[in-house]
Design a protein around this ligand. Structure first.
Ligand SMILES: [Ca+2]
Ligand SMILES: [Ca+2]
Ligand SMILES: [Ca+2]
Length: 369
């Protein structure tokens, strides 16, 4: 409560607008050069009704943006200047991105748990699991895609009734991940736990854990086949009912550093079934701790997944229309995407925008139109 009050006070006190606004709309309408260039070689929707149209907003601040993160539902941009880090609230005013200075802003220290992975993140659940996190740091898999050679050897979950359930891996694998995603994949009122497990001799797989009433441990519910080679990794992107059939899919990118393949999996009983895949995506930069380079919005036509292309020099939008998944490339940029992709309602119109930062410190936002 106290932290929330402080942040709110900061917003009230923040009146300075910095930098100069720069915005443009890229015409993705029928027949434009941008559209033809953007969608060549990809699926095309049959009519305008199932096309997702976006405006692309751009902003070049005085000091480069290095990171984006969420705080109390707001998107905070961290910029680096000779005097150190400065923080801003990212908003949209009219049709332009704007940064509102947050004087005296301090990053809150992230929550920690005993025996937790040093750079791990505690996930909050909305169903029966209150929190979940990775435990048991180990150096037995020297890959380092997430910034160091320290991975997790177990995971723990705290249920709403206070019980803590755990799972320990054998020496043959690690959790090559920073957080445990929580979602009720089979609609039984209990969260599943979704995490990247890497086998020392066969590379990464996606594993779903769960728990049963009366059993004081987590168990493996389902797992994909590992990629097949050591030091091959995958990064989860999003969990949503992308095809509108009432069951959620898990979207992930296999080998995001070397030509990533987007795959959609659905949990059916004890199996993860691959329902669709397409190459040409990346949601991670080698060695970066940022895994959340993906965002999902719903602008009234169902969930749309936004993901960087294979070189992170542009965004692709993926969504399901009546007869299958569509992939459309938005106009690219010289600079790679370096921050998380964040979905948030920046202008208060009731629809989330997608905002992200480029290597030269510029900010971009995708706005419904
Ligand atoms: Ca469940
Ligand atoms: Ca579905
Ligand atoms: Ca909005």
């Amino acid at each position: 409560m106290r932290a929330g009050w402080i942040i709110q006070t900061l917003f009230l006190a923040a009146i300075a607008l910095v930098g100069s606004h720069q915005a443009w709309a890229t015409d993705m309408g029928a027949g434009s050069d941008a559209e033809r260039e953007a969608v060549t070689g990809f699926d095309r929707s049959k009519g305008s009704n199932d096309r997702i149209s976006v405006n692309i907003l751009s902003y070049a601040p005085a000091h480069p943006i290095r990171a984006l993160f969420a705080d109390n539902g707001k998107v905070i941009a961290e910029t680096s200047s000779p005097l150190g880090s400065t923080f801003y609230n990212v908003t949209i005013k009219g049709d332009a991105l704007a940064l509102k200075y947050l004087p005296g802003y301090r990053k809150r220290p992230p929550p920690r748990q005993a025996n937790m992975l040093p750079d791990g993140i505690v996930s909050q659940g909305t169903v029966d699991i209150a929190e979940a996190w990775l435990i048991g740091p180990t150096k037995r898999y020297g890959h380092g895609v997430l910034g160091d050679g320290i991975e997790a050897s177990g995971l723990s979950a705290r249920l709403r009734d206070g019980r803590i359930l755990s799972y320990q891996l054998s020496n043959a694998s690690v959790f090559e991940d920073r957080s445990v995603r929580l979602a009720d994949l089979d609609d039984d009122g209990r969260d599943e736990l979704i995490v990247v497990r890497s086998y020392l001799d066969a590379g990464a797989a996606l594993t779903v854990f769960g728990h049963k009433p009366g059993v004081e441990a987590l168990r493996v519910v389902a797992e994909t086949e590992p990629i097949g080679l050591p030091y091959r990794w995958l990064n989860p992107a999003a969990i949503a009912d992308f095809d509108g059939d009432g069951r959620v899919e898990i979207a992930l990118v296999v080998t995001p550093h070397i030509g990533g393949i987007l795959k959609m999996y659905e949990l059916r009983g004890r199996r993860l079934v691959e329902e669709w895949s397409r190459d040409g995506f990346s949601n991670h930069a080698m060695g970066s701790r940022i895994q959340a380079m993906a965002a999902v919005v719903d602008w009234g036509k169902g969930p749309v997944l936004y993901l960087p292309d294979a070189h992170r020099h542009g965004i692709r939008q993926v969504y399901f229309a009546e007869d299958g998944y569509r992939v459309q490339a938005l106009p690219g940029h010289e600079q790679p995407i370096i921050t998380a992709l964040m979905a948030a309602d920046l202008d208060g119109d009731g629809f989330d925008e997608v905002v992200y930062g480029l290597g030269n410190g510029e900010l971009r936002a995708l706005h419904r139109r």
